[in-house]
Every structure is written in C-alpha cells, then in structure tokens.
Design a protein around this ligand. Structure first.
Ligand SMILES: NC(=O)c1ccc[n+]([C@@H]2O[C@H](COP(=O)([O-])OP(=O)(O)OC[C@H]3O[C@@H](n4cnc5c(N)ncnc54)[C@H](OP(=O)(O)O)[C@@H]3O)[C@@H](O)[C@H]2O)c1
Length: 331
C-alpha cells in the first residue's frame, strides 16, 4: 500500500472507521475516499456498484455496519441481520469486481460460541452455539467472514477478516439505547455525578468478564494488518487481558469522580460469562496493544466531556439515527 493509493474507509464517521482514518492520515496516506451513510447507503446494491465504478478505490477498510449493544440487538433483530448482510455483501462483491487490490472486513468477537474455551482462539469459530442476545448480528458477521473466504478461494481476491474485541474510545456511541457497556457506564456515572445521585444501577451481576481495546490501538493494528497480513485465516485483535464488569464499573466511577453506590440489577442479562480473545496469532506477527485500560478510559472521558451539548452536533446522539427498516425508536 502506497501513500498515494486511493483508500475507501467505509463507515469513516464511526468509532473504528474514524480511528482508521486518523491512523492512515498520520502515516501519510492522503487519498482517502469517504462517504457518509446519507451520501451512500451501503445497503443499496446499485448505489454501491455505481460508487465503485466511479471512485475506483484501490484498498477498502469495511468498517461500516449496524452496531449496538444487547438492547438494540434484542429490539431490532431483523435490521441487525439484514442490514449487515446487505452492507458486507454489496461492498465485498463490488470491491472484487472493480479491481480493489485488498479489502479488510471487520467481524467481531461475538461470532465465537458462547461457551468457547478462553482465551478464544480463531479456530473456535463455528464449534458451538452462539450467545442468543446478539446472534442476529453474529450470524451476519459469520456470513461476512465466509464471503471473504469464498471470494479468496474462488477468485483469489485479497481480502482479510479481523475479529476485534470490544472497542472503546473517542468517537464512541454514548446513546444509552444502543451503546456498548463501557461508553454506557461512562455516561451513566458522569450523569450521576453531575446530578449528585446517590447510586448507579448497572445491568447484570457484574461478574461477567470482558476485554476492552482502545480504538487508537485497534486502528494501529488494523493498518498494520492491512500492510502485513494476507491469509484466509481470521485474526483476533484484542488487548490480551479481561476485567470483571464490577471492577470496570468501579474504575469508571473513579475516573469520573462518582463517589456514590453501585447497584447490580441481577434481573438483567449478563450475556456471555467471559470473552477474552487469544492474541497469539497477532503477537506472532509482532503487534501488541499499548494503551492500558485506565489510561484509555481517562482519554475517552476527556473526549466525552468536550462534546457539544447540542444534540444536532453530538456524534453520540447522531449515531442513534441508524435508519431501522421497520420503525424509528425515539429516546
Ligand atoms: N465497537 C466495537 O466494540 C466493535 C467490536 C468488534 C467489532 N466491531 C466492528 O467494527 C465495525 C465498526 O464498528 P463501530 O463500532 O465503528 O460502529 P459505529 O461507530 O456504529 O459506526 C458504524 C459506521 O457504519 C456506518 N453505516 C452504518 N450503516 C450504514 C449504511 N447503511 N450505509 C453506509 N454506512 C453505514 C455509519 O455511517 P454514518 O456515520 O454515516 O452514520 C458509521 O460510520 C463493525 O463492523 C463492527 O462490527 C466493533
């Protein structure tokens, strides 16, 4: 990949896509092709086809997807399945047919079986039942992985699939209706401190363990793998350590300066009991995460506090408008 190459970062306003763009620009890649969802709806096959025919990108980072937490997954199973199938099929197929030199597809750690042995190795894929709370999204992502594999096998298309762990950082979605656990907790604790509330309620027992990777570390790995990895095997991108949700909640409360109580609502689901990715394959290539969890949370909180109050300008709120097929949810 040369710094003059034309690179399409799909989903460039999202958490992963925006960080990949920052990293690419930092490294001197200046010929980025970017489209918002309103300019190019990747669910629309004709629009995607026309875009590739006209723009002719040489490299593609596919970081556009319908993304959300347990609540969003359980409310919109049809959109999580259909939107993701459409986005990835349209982009992968058009990229191949319009001569893209290499494509990177982003899967997710939720593609692995609910009870996969830990840390989860790449070969655990399709060895057991999925976590039901996000199986719609996971099934779509598994189809994406298989599509990448099939295009490599049948057409020799240079496409790779990364399986990132939970990502967090500047640019994250802080909407409580459809955000992931870390930004949701950060916002809850922040609002509780500002309103001087005595306690914060956290979903689940707090004993589930999760791994978190700062988005700048992820972007670093993403570009590194685009440059140095070319294999049909999927590859995990993780931090290498996990943490109990209750310890994460305490850490966030501390960073935010919230001194009240933390109550765990055990009537709410925990999701998968533990999810830690094996990073052996990535480490063998010479890559390792650098940003520790506490430092990463502090950096994210700093960013969050500097966001505009006006909902029109607030990316966290803007992300709530993800255009469901069936109905719009109003917070
Ligand atoms: N966040 C995580 O913890 C995590 C973990 C593992 C894997 N991943 C994977 O990383 C990728 C990116 O996730 P993210 O967290 O960056 O998501 P995100 O912040 O929600 O961003 C999603 C991006 O996708 C774009 N998009 C959504 N629907 C689209 C459509 N129909 N047409 C065109 N663009 C569309 C959005 O465009 P607009 O900005 O224009 O709305 C947005 O830029 C996904 O494949 C996800 O599965 C994320």
């Amino acid at each position: 990949m040369d710094t003059a190459n034309k690179i399409f970062v799909a989903g460039h306003r999202g958490l992963a896509g925006s960080a990949i763009c920052r990293k690419l620009r930092e490294m001197g890649f200046h010929n980025l092709v970017l489209r918002t969802r309103h300019e190019l709806d990747l669910r629309n096959q004709t629009a995607v086809e026309d875009f590739f025919a006209a723009a002719r990108p040489e490299y593609v980072f596919l970081a556009a997807a319908r993304v959300g937490g347990i609540l969003a997954n359980s409310r919109f199973p049809a959109e999580f399945l259909l939107d993701n199938l459409a986005i990835q099929s349209n982009v992968i197929d058009a990229a191949y047919r319009h001569g893209v030199k290499k494509l990177q597809f982003l899967g997710s750690s939720c593609i692995y079986p609910k009870y996969a042995s830990q840390p989860i190795r790449e070969d655990a894929l399709l060895t057991g039942a999925l976590e039901p709370t996000n199986e719609w999204y996971a099934i779509a992502k598994i189809a994406g992985i298989k599509l990448v594999e099939a295009y490599r096998k049948q057409f020799g298309f240079r496409a790779i699939s990364l399986m990132p762990t939970n990502l967090y950082g500047p640019g994250d979605n802080f909407d409580l209706q459809n955000s992931h656990v870390l930004p949701a907790l950060l916002r809850k604790f922040h609002e509780a401190r500002v309103a001087a509330r005595g306690e914060v309620v956290v979903w689940g027992t707090g004993t589930a363990r999760r791994e978190f990777l700062h988005i700048d570390d992820f972007a670093d790995a993403s570009v590194f793998l685009m440059l140095h990895y070319d294999s049909p095997e999927i590859i995990n991108v993780g931090f290498g350590e996990d943490i109990e949700i209750r310890d994460l909640a305490r850490m966030i409360a501390d960073v935010v300066g919230f001194s009240g109580g933390i109550v765990f609502d055990t009537t709410k689901p925990d999701g998968t009991p533990r999810k830690l990715l094996s990073t052996d394959r990535l480490k063998c290539l010479g890559w390792q995460a650098k940003i520790g969890l506490r430092e990463g949370i502090e950096r994210t909180y700093e960013w969050f506090r500097n966001q505009p109050e006006d909902p029109q300008d607030d990316p966290a709120r803007r992300r709530a408008d993800t255009g469901p097929l069936v109905e719009r949810v109003r917070n």
